[in-house]
Design a protein. Structure first.
Length: 534
């Protein structure tokens, strides 16, 4: 039986030392990591001395190792309290208390070899050498061991109420480690004070560095893989180490320790690889969270921008309408005869105000699309009638550039679509107007014909020009917001690249599709619109 208790001390010491080294290896400059390592080192000194004490065969050796384990246990609660207050970021409030505890521990260390601390060892239950505490050890036990541990637990519980969920999980692990560690260690003191109960809880001390170490490293779901890997590796290390210690034949011991060396080497590589994978996944998770937050902020800014454009557009529309109206009336002679020189200037004003009004209208349409406020009045529409209206409107513009507009239709006389007349008119006039703007020669051919796709009837509108053409790599960008090719920017630097964006949005809302084909620069282009037939 005594051998089992001795073995529990060895296991506790190995666990404490391993977890201490793991934590300090994560960040040896971190204050919390340093304190945790010192705490684990104190536990390891106590545990290894515990193992050696229960393995002793004579009085002097037993007393020596009991005093050594008392030195280790002396600093455990102090390092623990210092570590807890540092974790909670309240260590500055307890600076004098912590420093005072270190001074008291140093004074007790000076008398640790005297009977005032450990008076003697004598038989108890089935143990041949069980310690008897001195008066100073009892004072240490009450005021430092119990006092600091209970106070640290109180501070943890008080912080738990106000902490976010992530920190609450961390505190739970620390409290569990505290209960197992100090509760298991305290089971030794019953027999110290002649209460005939063996220290069955001593093996639980190994859970003290485990739970606290887990709280230090991380406390997310991903880290369970790290912890599981570390526990498996440590268990194998411990098994081989204990086999080597207990081996009776020299050859068997050499084989066990040789195998232990190899397993330690590969175990370290395994743990480090799992660490790297977990860290990479957590970095990706953190980046995803940041991107999500940035995306939410961008959406807010985009909504504010759209709202601003809407308000500004409505405020600009009224004075522009007034400018256009009165300029047109002046040119028509409503206010008297106008000199030819004045007409030229007024025509420029009218042209500029018309262009500005178009720009404002485009921005308002953009705002409506982005805010989902664009409205449609769907009804039966003859596309052929819309095309005729567009050709009449743009006839004068095409003549000014000596470009002929040609129209042809096939089997669409009775074919109708369900759509918004005004929006479809805006789409077609946009395509034909663009063909005129970006063409130096004609003709521009507009054709309508009835087709079928996926077994359903469709009306296909094509606007073909002999203009500047489009590079293949520029085609995917034509229908996006503010998308313009370099050649288009040279020909019409005043354009914004919103027209085709509106075309695509309106056609898609009509369950249709739009696309463009072009052989290349200088070879013209053809824009297509396909809408389902009613």
């Amino acid at each position: 039986m005594m051998q089992i208790f001795a073995l529990s001390g060895l296991i506790n010491g190995i666990c404490a030392l391993c977890f201490g080294l793991l934590i300090i290896a994560k960040n040896w400059r971190g204050r919390m990591n340093q304190l945790f390592f010192m705490m684990c080192l104190s536990v390891a000194i106590w545990a290894f001395s515990y193992w050696r004490w229960l393995s002793a065969t004579d009085f002097d050796a037993a007393l020596f190792w009991v005093r050594m384990l008392s030195i280790g246990s002396l600093f455990i609660p102090i390092f623990y309290f210092h570590w807890c207050t540092t974790l909670l970021k309240i260590n500055l409030r307890f600076t004098y208390l912590v420093h005072g505890m270190y001074v008291i521990a140093a004074l007790l260390l000076a008398i640790s070899n005297s009977s005032f601390f450990i008076s003697t060892v004598r038989p108890a239950l089935f143990f041949p050498f069980w310690p008897r505490p001195g008066i100073m050890y009892t004072i240490y036990l009450i005021f430092i061991y119990l006092g600091l541990v209970l106070y640290a637990g109180y501070l943890m519980l008080r912080h738990y109420k106000e902490a976010p969920n992530e920190e609450r999980g961390q505190i739970v692990y620390i409290l569990l480690g505290t209960i197992f560690g100090f509760g298991g260690g305290a089971s030794n003191f019953l027999l110290w004070y002649e209460i005939p109960i063996a220290p069955y809880g001593n093996i639980l001390v190994m859970l003290f560095p485990f739970f606290l170490g887990y709280a230090v490293i991380k406390h997310h779901l991903f880290d369970m893989r790290v912890v599981a890997t570390e526990l498996l590796v440590f268990a194998i290390w411990m098994f081989l180490f204990i086999r080597g210690i207990l081996a009776t034949a020299p050859l068997e011991r050499y084989l066990d320790f040789g195998l232990l060396g190899l397993v330690v080497l590969f175990g370290i590589f395994l743990i480090r690889s799992v660490w790297r994978e977990v860290e990479q996944r957590e970095q990706i998770s953190a980046l995803a969270f940041k991107l999500s937050a940035a995306n939410a902020e961008l959406k807010k800014l985009d909504a504010a921008k759209s709202e601003f454009i809407s308000i500004a557009g409505h405020q600009l529309r009224t004075p522009l309408t007034v400018i256009k109206g009165y300029t047109s009336m002046v040119l028509e002679g409503s206010f008297g005869q106008v000199a030819e020189k004045s007409k030229e200037a007024l025509n420029r004003v009218l042209t500029a105000s018309t262009a500005l009004a178009k720009l404002v209208s485009d921005l308002l349409d953009l705002s409506r699309i982005e805010t989902g406020k664009i409205k449609y009045e769907f009804k039966e529409v003859q596309i052929k009638d819309i095309v005729h209206g567009v050709l009449q409107e743009l006839e004068e513009t095409a003549k000014n550039k000596n470009i002929n507009l040609e129209f042809a239709s096939e089997n669409v006389r009775e074919s109708k679509v369900i759509g918004d007349f005004d929006k479809l008119h805006e789409v077609i006039i946009n395509l034909v107007d663009n063909a005129i703007k970006y063409s130096a020669i004609g003709p521009i051919s507009i054709s309508l014909k009835k087709t079928a796709r996926d077994g359903a009837g469709q009306i296909l509108l094509a606007v073909e020009d002999h203009g500047m053409g489009i590079k293949p790599e520029d085609i995917p960008n034509l229908f996006i917001k503010f998308g313009r090719s370099d050649e288009a920017k040279k020909v019409r630097p005043d354009g914004m690249g919103l027209g085709l964006y509106f075309v695509k949005k309106i056609i898609e809302d009509h369950k249709g599709r739009v696309w463009v084909e072009s052989p290349g620069i200088g070879q013209g282009s053809t824009f297509f619109i396909e809408l389902p037939v009613q």
